[in-house]
Structures are given as structure tokens and as C-alpha cells.
Design a protein around this ligand. Structure first.
Ligand code: 4UW
Length: 541
């Protein structure tokens, strides 16, 4: 009875086996992960240098960093910022801080000092971990924030008065049996990742150790340990997708993870060949590129070890799935759907057979419930009817940090999360995402909050009003497009609008299309009618 659709209360239950949480209320996610037994010895390989970390070295490094953090005064609840590209040491910092009950906040290395400063002002970190090339950004954003440098030993960093020490030094610290260990509860906060949710600017998503432990269990359920997978990590670890998979989840299964600090197609393909990678978690634009260059790729690289590619973070079109299956017949293409607000959990396809329902995001994740809610009437809907997807379960965030209003408009009193995604669930329990109700734009899987760009556009002296919407793009999925109302009598050009924004935001947030309009359509309460603008923008396609 607990499968598919349940008519009595309109709740969809997961068809996957439920995963009961560890019963002890005192447990941190790092201890939960490190206590799992497995056979693999290599945890991480740096794709560029070949440097490795065995599981033994990983846990020793985590212990050293935790001890150092503790002696620096980092306590339960202290926020620690990480501004770094992917590296084999990124997870070490995360796991060490979380083992103390400290809270991780991560920032995209592409962010500008202005964007980083905003996040620092909101999250109030005690300490930041970064690499030398990003030092100028972080010191510009927060001139007095203490810093730990994560550079590998080979480089000798330029001294800066904010630098306390290096990660290398911290990792080598001998464990102190006398270290005072605070008890961390499953209910304590573990991470504070930033997401714009359904509306407005980026907000801190408060996720607990319980949220992460439940996510790790779900990841474990998907990757059976005896399979000895070797993963390539190109998705960013600062984002929930990378953090959930590569800095936490897969470590519990004893997988080997080949880490790339920057995405480059050739590097990724040659890493698959060199390290015999079996599993490739990606975002749709990379799958599109692999499809467009399939003949050349297959002629040049031996991808024989690769058996699965996971696509997540944004929708993948039916054409791309079909083309991929045709061009890479030995590779199973899988789907993962999740949100920062649900610790990356939501739905997935776990086999080729499930993926063959082209266009599906998969079956509900274990221990996760769903409702499809009519956005106008608030009624929950039965199978095959389209409405907003609501999710409930052990991975749903506690709320937005210091933002009661955003929290209550996103989470209801019964624990349901409004995803802002427009979906239906078929009679077999498969979820199909058909549209996005929320404002969010996804450029190559990165979050672009329109409200931030609109606020920025309104600071331009020649702009009276503005609205930013997603515009479809074959390569990036979506690009930000601005509708702009000019103040009377000025000749502001499209490129001037784009340049104005480009100077102040990370490259992935740039406005890539501009149209001028006489007024922005709004409802009586002043809300931008985005759907009208989206219709207008694509009516000439
Ligand atoms: N199909 C269609 C999808 C899909 C999607 C996400 O930036 P956030 O908050 O979060 C993410 C998380 C992605 C993720 C994918 C696969 C996976 O295994 C995992 O866990 C490790 C995490 O992207 O954006 C959330 C929004 O992104 C869209 C959708 O609109 C969602 O609300 N989205 N995945 N497969 N759309």
C-alpha cells in the first residue's frame, strides 16, 4: 500500500526501501561516515598531479585539522567559510569542521568580492579557508577575516597578515587524546549553503547533521559497496551536488574519487582513461558537449571502463538523452533531482530501465514523501496531474538562516518544502519536471537569482525599472535575459546594460540578452509577471 499513489491523503510515498536514521541523537555526520567499513584504500586522486589520499590518510588529516581548529577556538556553531576550487583537501576541511559541530559555508570561487562580502556579512564566519589565487578576493571582501591557506605544499604562498597558518600544517598535527570534544547532536547545524529558493536573493540554507546523515544513507543505498566505483568529480564541491556526493556521501561507500579542480573536456576524458573511471556525475551542459563531439571523443579516448553517467542540477532534454544512448550504448544514463534545500535529495533513476522513461527525474528518494499541489487552489492533486512539487523527509532543511519570512513561505508547519518546480507523478511513481514556478535561472547548473540582478540594474542611473528572466539556450540550458525600462530621454544601449552588470557579478550571472520595454508587467501587488515576459521573450523564436 505504501507505493505509488495513496488516495486518502494525496501523499505519494517512496517506492524505495525506507532507511531508518541512526537512533542515537548525539552523532555528527563525520563520525557517521568514518565509522562505515569498506574495502577500498584510495579515497582521493588529484587528476592533475596524481597526488592521492588513502582513507587512512584522509581520516588522519581530518583529525589533525579538527584538533587545530579546536585549538584556534573554533567551537560548535562557529561558521567556517570555504572559498576554493575542487581539491582533494576540500573534503578534509568540511569533515574536520563538521566533526566539531562547526558550520560550513561555501562560496563559488567565481564570485566577485562584492558577492563574497554579502555572504560574509550574512553568515559571519570566524575563519576562512582559501587558496593563494583567491586571496585578493577574500581580503577585498573581508579585510580582517583570519585565513588558512589550502595550497598544496609545492607552492610557497606570499605572506599576508591575515594568514594564520596552512592546511598542510594543520593536517600534520598529532592527535591530542586530551582534546575537549563537544557533543554534537544530529539536530545541530552542519552546513549553510546559499540558495535563492523560490524568490529573492541568495539565502543561507540551514542543514543539520541529521539532514546530511540521511542524505549519506541515501547515497549509500544507490552505490553498493562491492561495486568498487571510481568517480570523476568535476561538479563543484561548494554546491550541494558536489558536497553531497564527493565531500560526504560517497566516502561512506569507500569509493575512489578523482578530483578535477576545473572543468576541461579533454582533461575529464583523459582522466577517465588514465584512472579507469567507472562513474561520471555531471550537469546537462557537459552531456550536451559529449554528445555534440561524440565521434571525435570515441575516436580519441578509451572510455571502456565507464558504465554510468549521472545527470543532475538542471533538466536534460529527451533529444539529448536519446542521442547520448545512441552514441554511448555501453553507458547507462541516470538522473538525479534535488535541491540545496533538500540536501541534494529528491528523486533519481537507479537503473537503465528506470531511465528509459525518457524525461523522468526518477522515483522519489528513500524516506521521502511528495505532494503535487495546485498553485492556485492549494489542493493536492492525483497522479498524472501537474502542479507544484512539495517534498517532506529527513533531508529537508531546517530553514533559511535569520530569515523567518523566507522560511515560513517555503516550509509549512507540517514539514513540507515547496520546491518551486512544476511536476507530475505518473501511476508508477515516476516524477516528471515540466517547468519552474520559482524565479531561479540555471546557467550551466549554477544558480542565478533574478532578484539580485534586478536590484543591481535598478542602481543604474538611466534605468527606471527592470525584470530578469531565463532565456532558453542550447549550450547553457538557460541564460539571464533582462527587460529594461529606460528613463525618459536617454539612449542606454543593450551592451551598456550588459557591461554594467558584468563588471559587478560572477561570469555565470551575466546578462546575456537585453530587450527594452515601456513598462514591466506586474500584478496589483507589484509582483513581476515573469511568465508574461517569458512568453514574450520566446514568442519570436
Ligand atoms: N532535472 C530538472 C533535474 C534537476 C533539476 C535540479 O542548485 P539547487 O538548489 O540544487 C541542485 C541539486 C542537484 C543535484 C542533482 C543530483 C544529485 O544527485 C544531487 O545530489 C548529490 C544534487 O541543483 O537547484 C535546485 C533546482 O535545480 C533544478 C530544479 O529546478 C531544482 O529545484 N534541478 N536537478 N535532474 N531540474
Amino acid at each position: 500500500a505504501r507505493s505509488g499513489f495513496c488516495r486518502s491523503n494525496s501523499i505519494f510515498y517512496s517506492k524505495r526501501k525506507a532507511l531508518p536514521l541512526p537512533p542515537n541523537p548525539s552523532l555528527d555526520v563525520t563520525t557517521f561516515i568514518s565509522s562505515r567499513a569498506h574495502r577500498r584504500t584510495t579515497a582521493f586522486i588529484d587528476a592533475a598531479t596524481g597526488q592521492t589520499l588513502t582513507y587512512g590518510q584522509l581520516w588522519q588529516a581530518v583529525e589533525g585539522v579538527a584538533g587545530s581548529l579546536s585549538s584556534m577556538g573554533i567551537r560548535k556553531g562557529s561558521v567556517v567559510l570555504i572559498l576554493s576550487p575542487n581539491s582533494i583537501h576540500f573534503p578534509v576541511v568540511c569533515l574536520a569542521a563538521m566533526s566539531l559541530g562547526a558550520v560550513i559555508t561555501t562560496s563559488n570561487p567565481l564570485n566577485t568580492p562584492r558577492e563574497i562580502a554579502k555572504q560574509i556579512a550574512d553568515s559571519n564566519p570566524r575563519l576562512a579557508f582559501t587558496v593563494s589565487p583567491l586571496l585578493p578576493k577574500i581580503t577585498a571582501a573581508a579585510p580582517s577575516l583570519p585565513i588558512v591557506l589550502m595550497d598544496p605544499t609545492a607552492t610557497s604562498p606570499r605572506p599576508h597578515s591575515n594568514i594564520l597558518t596552512t592546511l598542510q600544517t594543520m593536517m600534520e598535527k598529532e592527535p591530542e587524546p586530551t582534546r575537549v570534544r563537544e557533543r554534537v547532536e544530529q539536530d545541530d547545524t552542519a552546513t549553510l549553503l546559499y540558495s535563492s529558493g523560490t524568490t529573492g536573493p541568495s539565502k543561507g540554507v540551514v542543514s543539520s547533521h541529521r539532514n546530511l546523515i540521511a542524505m549519506v544513507q541515501i547515497v549509500l543505498g544507490r552505490f553498493r559497496m562491492e561495486e568498487n566505483e571510481t568517480f570523476i568529480c568535476t561538479v563543484p564541491m561548494f554546491h550541494i551536488y558536489g558536497l553531497a556526493a564527493f565531500a560526504t556521501g560517497l566516502l561512506a561507500s569507500g569509493s575512489t574519487i578523482v578530483v578535477m579542480s576545473n572543468f576541461e573536456m579533454h582533461d575529464m576524458l583523459s582522466a577517465i582513461e588514465r584512472f579507469g573511471a567507472t562513474y561520471l556525475p555531471l550537469v546537462p551542459p557537459i552531456l550536451v558537449a559529449m554528445l555534440n563531439n561524440a565521434q571525435a571523443i570515441k575516436g580519441k579516448y578509451n572510455l571502456r571502463t565507464l558504465h554510468s553517467v549521472l545527470s543532475g542540477g538542471a533538466p536534460l532534454s529527451k533529444e539529448v538523452i536519446e542521442g547520448f544512448v545512441e552514441n554511448y550504448p555501453k553507458v547507462t544514463i541516470l538522473q538525479g533531482y534535488g535541491l540545496t534545500e533538500s540536501t541534494g535529495v529528491g528523486a533519481s533513476t537507479d537503473s537503465l530501465e528506470e531511465s528509459r522513461r525518457y524525461g523522468t527525474a526518477g522515483l522519489l528518494s528513500p524516506s521521502t514523501e511528495a505532494m503535487i499541489v495546485d498553485p492556485h487552489s492549494g489542493q493536492s492533486l492525483p497522479v498524472n496531474q501537474t502542479g507544484e512539487l512539495w517534498l517532506r523527509g529527513p533531508t529537508i532543511m531546517k530553514g533559511y538562516f535569520s530569515n523567518e519570512e523566507a522560511t515560513t513561505s517555503t516550509l509549512d508547519s507540517k514539514g513540507w518544502l515547496r520546491t518551486g518546480d512544476v511536476c507530475y507523478i505518473d501511476s508508477d511513481g515516476f516524477i516528471f519536471i515540466v517547468d519552474r514556478l520559482k524565479e531561479l535561472i540555471k546557467y550551466k547548473g549554477y544558480q542565478v537569482p533574478p532578484a539580485e540582478l534586478e536590484a543591481l540594474l535598478l542602481t543604474h542611473p538611466a534605468i527606471l525599472d527592470a525584470a530578469v528572466i531565463p532565456y532558453p539556450d542550447k549550450e547553457a540550458g538557460q541564460v539571464p535575459m533582462a527587460y529594461v525600462v529606460r528613463k525618459a530621454g536617454n539612449g542606454l544601449s543593450e551592451s551598456q546594460v550588459m557591461d554594467f552588470v558584468a563588471k559587478q557579478v560572477a561570469p555565470y550571472k551575466r546578462i546575456r540578452r537585453v530587450a527594452f520595454i515601456s513598462s514591466i508587467p506586474k500584478n496589483p501587488s507589484g509582483k513581476i509577471l515573469r511568465k508574461d515576459l517569458i512568453k514574450l521573450s520566446t514568442s519570436k523564436l
